[in-house]
Ligand binder design. Structure first.
Ligand code: F6P
Ligand code: MG
Length: 437
């Protein structure tokens, strides 16, 4: 999308690398500063020294980025270090002699962005005893607390649906499914990477805004999801398992919308098992790690709001009885496109193949599904997946990057004319499905 001299000086990719990424690094440095006394209380002088070290590594990283230095190899010794360094060498091999080394402003956007988050992780793990500090945790938690009211409303909505959900009349079931799918879609507006780590919480009642937001869904394959899930439900009366996987994106309000959807799928018996996929390291500011996942469920459970706390108790129980299963895998924090999954992470691919349906939440997942290439807007989604078809899948994403496929002829031009920033503000969204029904 954003290679070298062809670089469009005003592209979103360029602005991200020039402005948004340094801003995220500055915020991470500031967070470490503010936790100095906490590190001292926990670890004494050693904690203060570690904070200084992490800050100096992050400042060096910010300087490399801002002065467009070559991208250097990772020096830590993690499970993914070799894969990262091989990928870097591969990036180098794409350049000719005269191009020199891959640099921050002369490499693919997706690659350098992922690389920055991996280097943040490297800076922290090289600074024991604060090696498991998550520089983004505070903003993620803030997003949750600031969205409390909307979260309570959503939990109440779910709890007050006529029970048992499985006995809802077909049309009503479909209607509720569509509502909660849309809630999960618009939940994706609340990521903290787009806002440079600044608050991006949900303060209104989403359910009542759904009708007004409908015109902003530019690809809407929800009917396919209904056909698939209701077909699976019918056959599941014989088969034991209907598995739905959710490749999670952001913590905070968005995660709640995903958990609400997951709860609905189980309680309506449209699915019998939900598998969540999260990140192994802090990623793109707000992405869900196992700590965020568990923390969120705990918070919901201990809420003073009765219906919210009922949700938390149910969610904890789903985990206990093995109907909600959380997975993480290093592949999700590598720079590779998803079409490389069978080669790079065959175990994960095999796991995803067990699903009846996979939801991919958010913008970054979309970019990786489509390989972040400069596809034409009308190229079919199936083609842009470049062979990645582990199971029927659906991207649920608000648009925050200059990439969109599967539009009708003329649709992109129309959008461009009425809303020139349609690709990058998160105002528009898609339910884009691929797979046999
Ligand atoms: O900063 C770039 C980016 O990948 C954008 O495409 C998007 O704004 C954000 O990071 C991640 O968004 P999401 O949380 O929806 O994956
Ligand atoms: Mg994200």
């Amino acid at each position: 999308l954003s290679r070298g001299p062809k670089f469009q000086s005003q592209s979103f990719a360029y602005l991200t690398i020039k402005d948004r990424m340094p801003q995220i690094l500055t915020k991470a440095i500031d967070t470490l500063h503010r936790h100095k006394s906490e590190f001292f209380e926990k670890h004494g002088e050693e904690g203060v020294e570690a904070e200084k070290k992490a800050i100096s590594l992050l400042s060096k990283l910010r300087n490399e980025l801002q002065t467009d230095k070559p991208i250097i190899l990772l020096v830590d010794k993690c499970v993914d270090t070799d894969i990262w360094n091989q990928y870097l060498e591969y990036q180098q091999s794409l350049l000719s002699e005269s191009d020199g080394k891959p640099r921050w402003f002369f490499s693919s956007w997706l690659f350098v962005e992922c690389y920055m988050y991996r280097r943040i992780h490297e800076a922290i793990i090289q600074s024991p005893p604060i090696h498991d500090f998550d520089v983004f945790k505070e903003s993620k938690d803030e997003n949750f607390f600031e969205s409390q009211e909307s979260i309570a409303m959503l939990c109440s909505y779910l709890q007050q649906l006529p029970r048992p959900l499985k006995d809802l009349e077909e049309n009503q079931l479909k209607d509720e499914l569509f509502k909660l799918l849309q809630v999960s879609l618009w939940g994706n507006k609340c990521d903290l990477s787009l806002s440079g780590g600044e608050s991006s919480s949900q303060k209104t009642n989403v359910i009542s805004s759904l009708e007004d937001l409908k015109p902003f869904i530019i690809v809407n394959d929800m009917e396919c999801l209904w056909s698939l899930l209701s077909k699976c439900k019918k056959t599941s009366e014989k088969a034991a398992v209907v598995r739905v996987d959710i490749v999670l994106d952001n913590s905070g309000f968005e995660l709640i919308t995903d958990l609400i959807l997951a709860d609905f799928l189980l309680s309506s018996e449209l699915a019998t098992e939900i598998h969540f996929h999260g990140k192994m390291i802090p990623w793109f500011v707000s992405d869900v790690t196992v700590h965020d996942f568990n923390w969120t469920i705990e918070q919901v459970k201990h809420s003073n709001h009765e219906l919210m706390s009922t949700c938390g108790v149910n969610w904890e129980n789903y985990i206990k009885i093995g109907r909600w299963i959380y997975h993480d895998h290093i592949f999700w924090t590598l720079p590779h496109s998803y079409c490389a999954m069978p080669q790079v992470a065959s175990d994960l691919y095999a796991e995803l193949q067990k699903a009846c349906l996979i939801f991919f939440k958010g913008d970054l997942n979309y970019r990786k599904l489509a390989g972040d290439r400069k596809w034409g807007f009308t190229v079919p989604f199936h083609q842009a997946l470049s062979g990645f078809h582990p199971a029927p899948l659906c991207s649920i994403r608000t648009l925050k990057a200059e990439l969109q496929v599967g539009l009708r002829p003329g649709q992109a031009e129309q959008l461009m004319a009425s809303e020139p920033t349609w690709l990058t503000t998160g105002k528009f969204g898609v339910f884009q499905f691929d797979g046999p029904l």
